[in-house]
Design a protein around this ligand. Structure first.
Ligand code: MG
Length: 298
């Protein structure tokens, strides 16, 4: 399966992920040379709970009407993944990352870390079944028991090969999410998560970025995304106050420029609140982001 086929498959929400070694390969050089194999484009997406609708069909209809192409779901098992995949097949809406969140991978208790690895494997099974981009993983929020940073980082890197082996087997990946210090003291910046991915030397270990957390932790959105080149496979969208993009002063231009420079081809997904009526404000926000994407000249 080549990259173009992979994109089509992702958008249709069916089928397996492309070869992870291909998907993880750095695209920076190719983008610089104008030879990116797939099309770099803004693939707008949303967590399913953010989109108004009494049923999945109503949500899909609204999303498509507003120019969205993907939905992100929360954690699920393989059975629910099968059902959702069937429900979405043929709609034109793909499945972005599955937002599982916390797994106790840096817990001081080794038995809990082993249980967490098994839980991540089951999450990968569901992500693979539904044709998702991958499993969002937070190693610890501030209120969870956790090893000190350096020790936790070493433990995490050591657990990655076992997780990656399963990810490769089912053709999926995990996506570490750096959060702001108020939520998690274990990696806050994209370059820290990229460092773990790099040190893990394991194909299924990847990461994401979230504009809300980045506004608090990154000095330069463009440089932050470039630091994640080769590992970045999901993006969360929110304004500075964690409302819809465009509802406050947060600019997305520098971040979008970084995404273009690394040849980013995965989803950008709403994870935010809304000020006002979602039926009015979400399409306005999508239009505003398309404008920001155009302004991100590289
Ligand atoms: Mg997020």
């Amino acid at each position: 399966m080549d990259r173009r086929q992979f994109l089509r498959t992702s958008i249709a929400g069916v089928g397996a992920l492309a070869s992870l070694s291909l998907a993880r390969r750095s695209t920076k050089a190719a983008a610089t040379q104008g030879k990116t194999e797939g099309k770099v484009m803004l693939k707008l997406c949303s967590q399913d709970g953010r989109i108004p609708g009494k049923s999945l069909k109503e949500k899909v209809d609204n999303l498509l009407k507003w120019g969205g192409v993907g939905l992100e779901f929360g954690g699920m098992d393989v059975n629910r993944a099968k059902q959702l995949k069937a429900d979405l097949t043929g709609t034109g809406v793909g499945v972005a990352a599955l937002c599982f969140g916390y797994f106790s991978l840096i817990d001081p208790d080794e038995a809990k870390r082993k249980q967490a690895v098994e839980a991540v494997k089951r999450a990968l099974d569901a992500a693979a079944e539904i044709g998702s981009t991958g499993v969002i993983v937070v190693p610890a929020f501030n209120n969870h028991p956790q090893l000190p940073y350096e020790e936790g980082r070493k433990v995490l890197v050591d657990l990655c090969p076992a997780i990656s082996e399963h990810a490769k087997k089912v053709q999926s990946r995990i996506l570490f999410e750096p959060l702001n210090k108020g939520e998690a003291r274990f990696f806050n910046r994209l370059e820290q998560a990229a460092g773990v991915c790099r040190d893990a030397k394991a194909e299924g270990i990847c990461m994401m970025g979230d504009f809300y957390h980045m506004a608090k932790e990154e000095k330069d959105d463009e440089a932050a995304f470039i630091a994640a080149d080769g590992f970045l496979h999901h993006v969360h969208l929110a304004s500075r106050a964690r409302n819809l993009p465009g509802q406050d002063d947060r600019s997305f231009v520098a971040g979008f420029r970084g995404l273009k420079k690394i040849g980013y081809q995965d989803y950008c997904s709403l994870e935010c609140g809304v000020k006002g009526d979602p039926m009015v404000e979400i399409p306005k926000s999508f239009a505003w982001m398309k404008q920001q994407w155009e302004e991100a000249v590289v």
